[in-house]
Design a protein around this ligand. Structure first.
Ligand SMILES: O=C(O)CCC(=O)C(=O)O
Length: 238
């Protein structure tokens, strides 16, 4: 994925700046992160013994080009997932270098994982917003926030309903983090028709058709089933 503010004018003319790698499940070295026993030991507390790595990302937050597009709007990851129950899904997010407010650390609203899934939309940001960066529609910026300052190798595990995002990268370097969303393979797919998640289903289907030549009958569930990889136990439902 490319940052919307630098997609046409790179930092270095002959190099493209990639702001996020998604779905690295076929890359042996990157995927090794998702299988690390020191990560799975904690993941299992949430998922139980049958563990699927569902969503993989290496986030390379670029220096902000002056338009604040390096921010990630406040959102809940469950908005993207057509599987449940939410309590059997967990994200592991590992800092690949020190992250703090200067390079855009994670920002979380403590306790929000006990709430419900909120309506998400593209935020109305003056400088534009990156593809798939949906944010909570009626986000109240006055809610108590916690900035997660982390050292290289620190890992945070969080619930898919936790409201979170990340700030602007005001440094000259790319801020790197690696993450994986795990789910119990005993989770089940849901139909998101008629729910707040319909908008993400539509967008994902369009991308699958345009970029991967998928047929018009592809479902949101299909796009997850092909990406999910078993990392421990047995693949039962997902
Ligand atoms: O690493 C970040 O800046 C935030 C990533 C995030 O929240 C996401 O991709 O869902």
């Amino acid at each position: 994925m490319r940052d919307v503010a630098i997609s046409k004018s790179e930092f270095l003319p002959d190099q493209s700046a990639v702001s996020k790698l998604q779905d690295f499940q076929e890359d042996q070295e990157l995927f090794r992160y998702c299988t690390l026993p020191q990560i799975l030991k904690y993941v299992e507390c949430f998922t139980g013994p049958n563990i699927m790595a569902m969503h993989t990302m290496l986030i390379n937050k670029p220096p902000d080009a002056g338009k604040k597009t390096s921010r990630h709007p406040m959102h809940q990851d469950l908005h993207y997932f057509p599987f449940r129950p939410a309590d059997h899904i967990v994200c592991a997010w590992t800092a690949m270098e020190r992250v703090d407010r200067s390079n855009g650390c994670l920002v979380v609203l403590p306790g929000t994982h006990k709430g419900t899934l909120k309506q998400h939309d593209y935020p109305d940001w003056e400088g534009g917003v990156n593809k798939m960066y949906h944010g909570i529609r009626d986000y109240d910026p006055d809610q108590q926030r916690v900035h997660l300052v982390m050292e290289k190798g620190d890992t945070v595990f969080f619930h898919p309903l936790l409201i979170h995002g990340s700030g602007m990268n005001r440094t000259q370097g790319f801020r790197k983090a690696i993450s994986c969303h795990y789910a119990s393979s005993d989770c089940y797919y849901i139909d998101v028709k008629g729910t707040s998640q319909e908008i993400i289903e539509q967008e994902v289907k369009e991308i699958a058709q345009r970029k991967y030549n998928a047929g018009s009958d592809i479902t949101l569930q299909d796009t997850w089933a092909v990406r999910g990889r078993l990392v421990k136990g047995q693949r039962t439902m997902l």
